[in-house]
Design a protein around this ligand. Structure first.
Ligand code: ZN
Length: 162
């Protein structure tokens, strides 16, 4: 069984999710109906938890012969669960650079943490799309997509352990 909120696989007999601390509900009555209700409740709770996070990456813009560091915000975290979300503007691929270390910011309330995630670049296209995805256990990965729709993901970092 997996946690209804964050998707973490739970040990048999667990009474609490080790990851997001959601309690495991005992089921009384119609199991199918109860499962539907739990799923719905889990989704709401997940959206609420994820909406507290704001994810951004540092990008460099070339301006008047100087590169200026800027931050762009990723699509809302609650929209990234199990589904990549992409920044609208494509990025120019830097020829010869195979790995990109991307400064990633995770903000929750007043607190902000910075972490570097590595994306392996593609050899071919001129432009690449950068995005992010949140996996089970609220593990965040950056994602890179080329024109063929091929996707590569960075290593993961847990939003809950940052
Ligand atoms: Zn959980």
């Amino acid at each position: 069984m997996n946690c209804y909120v964050c998707g973490t696989k739970l040990d048999e007999g667990a009474d609490q999710c080790p990851c997001c601390r959601e309690y495991v509900a005992e089921i009384i009555g119609d199991p199918a109906e109860t499962e539907r209700i739990l799923k719905e409740k889990g989704e709401k709770r997940r959206s609420k938890l994820l909406s507290q996070y704001e994810i951004g990456i540092a990008v460099y813009k070339w301006e008047e012969e100087q590169s200026r560091k800027m931050r762009v915000r990723m699509p809302p975290a609650e929209s990234l669960y199990h589904r990549e979300g992409w920044l609208e503007e494509p990025f120019a691929r830097v020829p010869g650079v195979d790995e990109m270390a991307v400064e990633t910011s995770v903000r929750k309330g007043e607190e902000e943490k910075l972490v570097t995630l590595t994306l392996r670049s593609f050899q071919e296209p001129t432009f690449l799309h950068v995005g992010a995805v949140i996996e089970d256990g609220f593990r965040l990965r950056l994602a890179l997509k080329n024109d063929d729709g091929e996707i590569r993901r960075s290593e993961a970092v847990s939003l809950l352990e940052l």
